[in-house]
Design a protein around this ligand. Structure first.
Ligand code: AMP
Length: 408
């Protein structure tokens, strides 16, 4: 692996670091600085070597093409990287941190070239540039021309071949300049790599969340590696329907029924045997915990009700399987964990996984990482990935992601 520790002669060099500062904001306030904190080891290492550090990241979405200029200006104002500046400064005491409101061209070059050794320049949101998401060669060339080296440390964006994650390192590599993965990337590649390889058995995956279609490719990949896949969340009801079990008003993706049936026939898929149901998602007033017999299809989810969490019997079943695992990969909450009435299943999954001290336990980012953090379990996992989409794609693609492969 081409990692940051292999970089040489960094003193006085301008190093462009693609970080993941796509942090949650409330107005202009950073609600969770975890992603900034996770990037610090790489930044500090470069500063300690006397490098001049240029930080680039996207922040939120700018819907180019679909909206008028006024809308774009609003989206830009909402996703302003300048909001990150004071938080970054707080985490880098004694370091001069500058901000470049310009995202390309002469002005940006001036800011980069004005840096002294051991100083940092934070650049405005890369998505202020229309060409970023399209991996525009002109934009990548503009970003590459004033720097001497590139470090990729944005795992959450490594599944995207954008100008800042792919175009720039591709150019610098061709020019014979140094490119490397940062410490955060190194950690992600190593830990998620264990789930990609799947050498430890029993290997148990827990997959939840809303849509089967979002997780098709990862289910396919995991069926080849795992011993059991425990299904939770709304996607369980697509599996129920595929087996001919009544789902009442539960959400279902009818175009995924054949796929769900095929997965179930592998014998590796485990479905909930009871569900916490309610008469409404938004305004539930009636609740029922319904036990369903998957063989006889007896006691389906009644009409007028929908499943919103796995029930206590399923929790017991899932915990007994998780207990035997040597390797656990979890992606997607098994219920509507944001609501008090439907969070018990997801809390129990966190508890069961973290009580298994013999297993290597990985959360594949996204909502499950948020849930584990909220319920106080995050630091008890072996690894909590910083990238939801990226961690799924890494498993789907046998460890390959554009932002990793380009570094080589
Ligand atoms: P995903 O982004 O696909 O991982 O889905 C996460 C979302 O799925 C969370 O916001 C959960 O509240 C939601 N979710 C989980 N279980 C259910 C369910 N049974 N019904 C509706 N939404 C659910």
């Amino acid at each position: 692996m081409n990692t940051i520790d292999k970089l040489t002669g960094l003193k006085g060099k301008k190093v462009l670091v693609r970080v993941d500062f796509n942090v949650p904001l409330k107005g202009s306030e950073v609600r969770d600085d975890n992603r900034i904190v996770q990037a610090l080891p790489t930044i500090k290492k470069l500063l300690s070597e006397g490098a001049r550090v240029v930080l680039m990241s996207h922040l939120g979405k700018i819907k180019w093409g679909k909206v008028d200029d006024e809308e774009i200006a609003k989206e830009k104002a909402k996703n302003n990287m300048e909001y990150v500046l004071p938080v970054l400064e707080k985490h880098l005491p004694g370091v001069k941190v500058y901000f470049s409101p310009e995202t390309s061209g002469e002005k940006l070059a001036e800011h980069i070239n004005a840096l002294n050794d051991g100083e940092v320049l934070l650049v405005q949101n890369t998505r202020y540039e229309k060409g970023e998401s399209k991996n525009s060669p002109e934009l990548a060339a503009d970003w590459a021309k004033d720097v001497d080296a590139f470090v990729m440390d944005a795992f959450g964006s490594a599944h995207r071949a954008h100008a800042s994650t792919y175009g720039v390192p591709e150019i610098l590599k061709k020019e014979g300049k140094q490119v490397a993965l940062g410490y955060l990337m190194e950690k992600e590649v190593k830990n998620l790599g264990a789930c990609v390889k799947g050498d430890e058995h029993p290997y148990v995956a827990i997959l939840g969340g809303f849509k089967v279609s979002d997780k098709i490719k990862v289910i396919d990949a995991l069926l080849k590696k795992c011993d059991k896949i425990l299904i939770g969340g709304a996607m369980a009801y697509t599996f129920y329907k595929a087996l001919g079990i009544g789902i009442g008003n539960s959400p279902c993706e009818d175009d995924q029924l054949d796929y769900a049936k095929k997965c179930y026939e592998s014998g590796k898929v485990v479905l909930p045997i009871d569900n916490v149901c309610a008469n409404s998602f938004d305004n539930p007033t009636e609740f029922k915990t319904v036990e369903t017999n998957l063989e006889t299809k007896e006691s389906p989810i009644p009409e007028g009700f929908q499943g919103l969490d796995i029930g206590p019997k399923s929790v017991e079943l899932y915990a007994s399987i998780i207990k035997t695992a040597k390797l656990v990969f979890w992606n997607g909450p098994v219920g509507v964990f944001e609501k008090q009435e439907f969070k018990a299943g997801t809390v129990a999954v966190c508890k069961a996984i973290t009580e298994n001290h013999d297993a290597f336990t990985v959360i594949g980012g996204g909502d499950s990482a948020a849930a584990a953090k909220e319920f106080g379990y995050a630091d008890k996992f072996s690894h909590v990935s910083t990238g939801g989409g990226a961690s799924l794609e890494m498993i789907e693609n046998d460890g390959h992601l554009p932002g990793i492969d380009v570094i080589g």
